[in-house]
Every structure is written in structure tokens, then in C-alpha cells.
Design a binder for this molecule. Structure first.
Ligand code: KG4
Ligand code: ZN
Length: 345
């Protein structure tokens, strides 16, 4: 295949995003434009994402973001080789806004449409950023996802583990909300945890010691709530100790589950000389967890790769890129393709 240039659209949650990405003949990726508009301010008063507010904000801002991205790239729609949009999983109202817009552009300009799985976008990002070869192990931890995947090939993903209840970022956000730290909570919990005593509260480590690589965080959330109630009105010291104890429990859970996933990866790919662990998602911004992951990768003979934070949180460049990888294989979707709130990889 020759060089492919795609417009990508992402509207599955609370980021409205448009990007233009080029896949060169040799498989190298290049980002020509990458615009993201966060709706954090609109949702912050509610302590979480409100689907109806999100869908309306996507409608209001998407056209402008697409025009901006095309201008940044210096291209007209006619110069594109395809249009990619997230078709799921996510909030259905937002997905409909992005996918319908992509269909309209594809129809009017007679371009192939790529209906992309959002998780596939995350999974293929290290190929855009550093041309990583298959297979690799991916830990995706954000407000919406908690997944351990073996990325075997484009369209070929083996899920080793997922959460059976809350996502990890959600657990950070709920802990923050309980302590009145605002939304999103991850950065605030991390800041307080750095000054706290991780041994003061003996929080549970759900799923550790069990087979497999699934996660569970709702029991931890309940334990945090009980601890907060037990101390009455947590002062700064109590809050810091709760955050530190919570983060230590999270670290232990990740270490245990990742250990199993690394063993499963090695068993499936015994000949991979230097396997790579890719860590992506908003929670990967956490310095304490990053340090733990670095140690663990080193001890287990895995190279560690973390895409730049801007590209491992939600964005449209990863959607355009996933579309480009599929288009390069001759794939495209019909204009009748539907958005899907649930869509496991
Ligand atoms: O990937 P992301 O920006 O959006 C999606 O959820 O898709 O991830 C946001 C999540 C939020 O739950 C936020 O609290 C969490 O990532 N997060 C963190 C940190 N920064 C963001 N969690 C822990 N420590 C952080 N420093
Ligand atoms: Zn995401």
C-alpha cells in the first residue's frame, strides 16, 4: 500500500477530538494534526461524566475541531484516503455524534469509512508513536478501562484480564470524591498519597493470589468509604493516609495481576526475545505506579513503553491510526455500520 492519510474522530466519552494522521508506505506513523477538547469543566460540578451533557458538547464542538484539524494539516477533505471514527465502546449519544459526522464526510467526499473500536485505538498507539512490532503486552488503565491484552496483530487481541466491576481510574475518582478532593481525582489522590502513611489503613487487595489477570476495585472503594467514616471528618493527615493506603493497595493489585499476565505472555510467545509491556491510559500518569511498573518490567525482562501522556489518554490520533492500519489491509466499513455502547475487543 501507498501512503494513507486519515481524519480521525473521537467522541466516546468526555473528550471531543479530531486528528489527521498519515501512515507512510513503510508503516511509519506521522501526526499532522491532533486537537482535543476536554469537557472536564462541564462535568466537574457533578463529580463524573454526565452522558447527556457530553453528547450535547460533542454536537457543539465537533465541527469546529474537525475544521481546525484539517486546517492544521493544511488539507481539504478531498485529499484524505479515509475517515475513521470511534464506533464503540462508550456513551451511545456521543458515539452517534462522531460516527454520523464521519459517515457524512465519507459519503459526500466518497472516502472509505473506518468504524474503529476505541480499545483498538489504545492498543495500536505504540505502533503510531514508536513503530512497535507485534506481539506486545498492553496494560490499559484509565477512567473507563482496565485491561490486560496481548496485542498479536491488527484485529487480533487476546484479553488476559479486565475489571469485573470498577475501572481503576474510576476507583481513584471515587476515592477523591469521598474525600472531597474534586474531579478528576487521580492527580489529587496521588498528591496527597505522597505525604501519607501507606500502612495506616489495611485495605484489601482484591483478586490477588487468584488465577488469571482480572481486576476488582469495588471492595477497595467500600473499604475506603468505611475508613473515611471511621475517622469522622477526615482532616488533611487522615486524607493523606487514606490516599497513601489506597494507592499502596492498588500497586499491590497491579503487581499481582501483571505478574500473571507477563507469565501468560511468555508462555504464548516463548521466542519473543525482549517482550515489551506497554502501559497506557490516564492512570499511567501516576508517578508511584509508574515507578512500580518500571521495577516490575525490569525484574521480569520486559522492556517498558509508555506513549506520551497526551496520546495514551483519549485522543483522535489513535482512532485515525487504527483506521489507517485497517485500511492498509484493505478493510473498510459499510456506511450502515452502527455505533455500539458495548463492544469488547
Ligand atoms: O485516559 P483518561 O484520560 O480518560 C479515560 O478515562 O478514558 O483517564 C482518566 C482517568 C481518571 O479516572 C483520572 O482520575 C485518572 O485517569 N488519572 C490518574 C492520574 N491522572 C489521571 N489516576 C491516578 N493517578 C494520576 N496521577
Ligand atoms: Zn480511552
Amino acid at each position: 500500500t501507498g501512503t494513507l492519510t486519515l481524519l480521525g474522530i473521537e467522541t466516546s466519552c468526555d473528550e471531543t477530538a479530531a486528528a489527521v494522521v498519515r501512515r507512510h508506505r513503510d508503516g511509519r506513523g506521522e501526526i499532522l494534526a491532533d486537537r482535543v477538547l476536554s469537557q472536564i469543566a462541564e462535568h466537574a460540578p457533578y463529580g463524573g461524566v454526565v452522558p447527556e451533557i457530553a453528547a450535547r458538547a460533542h454536537v457543539e464542538h465537533l465541527d469546529g475541531l474537525i475544521a481546525g484539524a484539517m486546517a492544521d494539516a493544511g488539507l481539504t477533505f478531498g485529499a484524505l484516503d479515509g475517515v475513521a471514527a470511534t464506533a464503540g465502546p462508550g456513551l451511545i449519544g456521543g458515539l452517534l455524534v462522531g460516527l454520523t459526522t464521519a459517515k457524512a464526510i465519507a459519503l459526500v467526499h466518497d472516502k472509505p469509512l473506518l468504524a474503529v473500536n476505541h480499545l483498538e485505538g489504545h492498543a495500536l498507539t505504540p505502533r503510531l508513536t514508536e513503530g512497535l512490532a507485534f506481539p506486545y503486552l498492553l496494560l490499559l488503565v484509565s477512567g473507563g478501562h482496565t485491561q490486560l491484552l496481548v496485542v498479536e496483530d491488527v484485529g487480533s487481541y487476546r484479553r488476559l484480564g479486565t475489571t469485573i466491576d470498577d475501572a481503576l481510574g474510576e476507583a481513584f475518582d471515587k476515592t477523591a470524591k469521598l474525600l472531597g478532593l474534586g474531579y478528576p481525582g487521580g492527580p489529587a489522590v496521588e498528591r496527597l498519597a505522597a505525604a501519607g502513611d501507606p500502612h495506616r489503613f489495611a485495605f484489601p487487595r482484591p483478586m490477588t493470589g487468584r488465577d488469571g489477570a482480572d481486576f476488582s476495585f469495588s471492595g477497595l472503594k467500600t473499604a475506603v468509604r468505611r475508613a473515611a467514616q471511621a475517622v469522622g471528618t477526615p482532616d488533611e493527615r487522615d486524607a493523606a493516609d487514606i490516599c497513601a493506603s489506597f494507592q499502596a493497595a492498588v500497586g499491590d493489585c497491579l503487581r499481582d495481576r501483571l505478574g500473571h499476565a507477563m507469565a501468560a505472555f511468555r508462555a504464548a510467545h516463548p521466542r519473543a526475545p525482549s517482550p515489551t509491556l506497554v502501559v497506557a491510559g490516564g492512570v499511567a500518569a501516576n508517578r508511584a505506579l509508574r515507578a512500580m511498573l518500571e521495577t516490575m518490567a525490569r525484574e521480569n525482562g520486559f522492556a517498558l513503553s509508555m506513549p506520551p501522556i497526551r496520546l495514551c489518554t483519549d485522543n483522535a490520533a489513535m482512532i485515525a491510526w487504527a483506521g489507517a492500519e485497517r485500511l492498509a489491509r484493505g478493510e473498510a466499513d459499510d456506511l450502515t455500520v452502527a455505533a455500539r455502547a458495548r463492544w469488547p475487543l
